[in-house]
Design a protein around this ligand. Structure first.
Ligand code: SF4
Length: 478
């Protein structure tokens, strides 16, 4: 059932402006900048006037997109934006979002047809029942139309060709059909923009996050609360799993596709994906990471002079680990260049390896002759950690212990995170002892699944944790 199609682990951001925000493009820029960690391959915005939607998108970082004059000349009252990272294989700028289309008119001319290669931008305008779509997740099943290259494009076409004259009905019915076709489940956090209203929705399993915020009388929708705070708005609540929230001049109106128990909210958001100052699924990401570090120390204590964290997300776990054992947390021992992006979310394996090479540096004065515990958030492909260990050895660390703050990552994810190629999942092929032997270090230990779940209290039941379960590789081979 799974096909070799690019899908997205991304960030989405939207503002429904109740006539009080003067520069919508500037605020969209700020919001997307706050979500840049969720995708560095491409970015785009769509803004709505009273009649039309304008689109501007291209390859590269948010900063790059907004360095062109054109987005700053876009006119509109409300808008949505997207940062993208492709899931499978080669980077493909033709799939950069948002997509835009007209309801029932020219449905084949969906907005990515002319999206250029890296370094250029696409812009276009839509004016006949127009709508724009920004999506985080995977539509795995239930798409009626099939557009090569993007499930989000196929969804846009499905809505456009639905035969409905009412766009709200077209969207709701399309989502219902997709959910009804679920076998293993589709994942979506979704924004739709029209000249009159905006919509935010999450799938009934709740895989991907989406939060609602308020700025005066205007509303904000964002993958993470950090970006809501970045534009000085106040987070209000999460969009509920299965909820379709419409925002228009009358206010908020919700419909529900289905309720499902248990939910499958992505536990990897807590471990790696989310920014630490976000509130994710009702809980502070920072607090969860800190507690997991303490639990890791209970399960796998090590005698050492200092504890260090692999930047950036490993640091909070390392702090919890060190404070639990009363060992010095040496926060500045490993640094990272801020001129190179996140490694896990870079699309090509080769560029990931190059990234690890450029990205980290070790302060020799802090580690020379010492026994060091190095803590990482997870070990997926293992590149970051291997590079960090190499640098610690070059800096003359006397002894190295590795601690990983999540269980072994051994299965592919089909719900929005790029780990389809199981040959790259190091923990699927090697035991912790083999990894320690390969790295030539004193020990390597993982947090247990019980340890992970114990730190999420009642939320544990409603978490997807399939990437830590072998079952999913055996039954869902792609
Ligand atoms: Fe998140 Fe893992 Fe589930 Fe994918 S499989 S949604 S990465 S918890």
């Amino acid at each position: 059932m799974y096909t070799d199609k690019p899908k997205d682990e991304c960030g989405i951001f939207g503002i429904y402006n109740n006539k009080e925000i003067e520069d919508i493009v500037n605020l969209l820029h700020r919001g997307l900048f706050g979500l840049q960690h969720r995708g560095e391959e491409g970015a785009g915005i769509a803004v709505a006037t009273t009649r039309a939607i304008s689109l501007f998108k291209g390859a590269g970082l948010v900063e790059r997109l907004f360095s062109y004059d054109e987005p700053n000349n876009l006119q509109g009252h409300s808008g949505i934006g997207h940062v993208r990272y492709s899931l499978i294989g080669e980077s493909n700028t033709a799939n950069t979002q948002p997509f835009a289309a007209n309801l029932g008119l020219n449905p084949d001319q969906i907005s990515d047809e002319e999206t250029p290669e890296y370094g250029a931008v696409f812009s276009g305008a839509y004016s006949n029942s127009p709508f724009a779509v920004a999506h985080n997740g995977n539509f795995n099943e239930g798409l009626e139309a099939c557009c090569k290259g993007s499930d989000t494009k196929a969804f846009t076409e499905m809505v456009s060709k639905s035969g409905e004259h009412n766009l709200r009905r077209a969207v709701v019915n399309s989502l219902r059909k997709i959910d009804a076709a679920r076998e293993n489940g589709s994942s979506w956090a979704l924004l739709i923009l029209t000249p009159d209203w905006m919509m935010g929705a999450r799938d009934p399993d709740g895989y991907r996050p989406l939060s609602l915020g308020r700025l005066g009388n205007s509303y904000v929708l964002s993958s993470e609360t950090c970006a809501i705070k970045d534009i000085k708005a106040e987070p209000i609540r999460d969009i509920a799993p299965g909820e379709i929230l419409f925002i228009d001049k009358k206010g908020l109106h919700s419909e529900y596709i289905a309720t499902r128990i248990p939910l499958h909210q992505c536990i990897f958001e807590y471990i790696y994906l989310a920014r630490p100052d976000s509130i994710m699924f009702g809980e502070s990401v920072y607090n969860v990471r800190y507690r997991l570090g303490r639990r890791l120390a209970e399960e796998h204590p090590a005698k050492a002079d200092i504890v260090v964290g692999v930047p950036d997300s490993g640091r909070i776990f390392a702090k919890g680990y060190a404070e639990s054992l009363g060992i010095l947390f040496e926060s500045e021992a490993i640094g990272r260049s801020h001129y190179f992006g996140r490694i896990f979310i870079q699309p090509k394996h080769k560029s990931r390896e190059m990234g690890a090479d450029y990205k980290f540096f070790v302060n020799r004065e802090l580690v020379r002759g010492k026994s060091v515990v190095v803590v990482d958030d997870s070990r997926v492909r293992g590149i970051n950690l291997a590079k960090t260990v190499e640098l610690l050895k070059e800096a003359d660390a006397r002894e190295i212990h590795v601690r990983v703050s999540s269980p072994p990552y051994i299965s592919s994810c089909y719900w929005g995170v790029d780990t389809y190629d199981t040959s790259l999942l190091v923990a699927l092929h090697k035991t912790p002892e083999q990894m320690a032997s390969d790295l030539k270090i004193s020990s390597l230990e993982y947090l247990s699944m019980d340890g992970l779940l114990s730190q999420l209290d009642h939320r544990a039941r409603d978490m997807c944790k399939r990437c830590f379960e072998r079952h999913y590789n055996e039954t869902n081979k792609s």
